[in-house]
Design a protein around this ligand. Structure first.
Ligand code: HEC
Length: 154
């Protein structure tokens, strides 16, 4: 009988602990996933810009793969990657500004603009370095438009 209060106290402590773990906001996976997604874009645009500027020899297969990957990234549904509270004011490891959640439709529309530009460069990736160069500015502008508004400068 003496044990009862101790057991009860332990049960209460366990409930409080588990409860606090369940409500703690840990966005490590979402932030890592979206940063990895954008790192993919960095690799792809690095290849396409390198080809356009003559630093990488034109290789139709490599150019197509990079452009295809941009399109593939643009088709990821963004909803799971941007939970409320995973902004740069709340979490030190992200550069995603709180403005994203205040202007979420605009953010998604800028992501859609990137998708349109990715399709445009995908369509000409097989046509040589000049054609890639012609589409690159439009693509880069869509990255920049979103970064200017929504990425914290480090
Ligand atoms: C709709 C908005 C949007 C578009 C479009 C966009 N980005 Fe970003 N990008 C972001 C945000 C927001 C972050 C910060 C993500 C974070 O830290 O959680 C980011 C981060 C990055 C990073 C850093 C990733 C890291 O943490 O190492 C790179 C590289 C990058 N973007 C490249 C690109 C390129 C290249 C394009 C275009 C082909 C592009 N992005 C298009 C919003 C965008």
């Amino acid at each position: 009988m003496k044990l009862r209060p101790a057991v009860t106290a332990l049960a209460v402590a366990t409930t409080v602990f588990v409860g606090s773990v369940a409500t703690a906001q840990d966005f490590t996976n979402q932030i890592g996933a979206r940063q990895g997604m954008f790192k993919m874009n960095g690799v792809s645009i690095g290849i396409l810009a390198g080809i356009a500027r003559g630093r990488i020899d034109y290789d139709a297969e490599l150019a197509q793969a990079a452009a295809d990957n941009l399109v593939n990234v643009s088709q990821f549904n963004q909803a799971p990657l941007w939970p409320e509270g995973s902004d740069s004011d709340a979490v030190a490891t992200t550069a995603a500004l709180p403005a994203i959640w205040e202007n979420y439709d605009d953010f998604l529309s800028k992501f859609a603009d990137f998708g349109t530009a990715a399709l445009a460069i995908q369509a000409v990736a097989g046509d040589g370095a000049g054609a890639i160069g012609g589409a690159l500015g439009g693509l880069g502008a869509t990255c920049g438009a979103c970064h200017d508004a929504y990425q914290k400068s480090r």
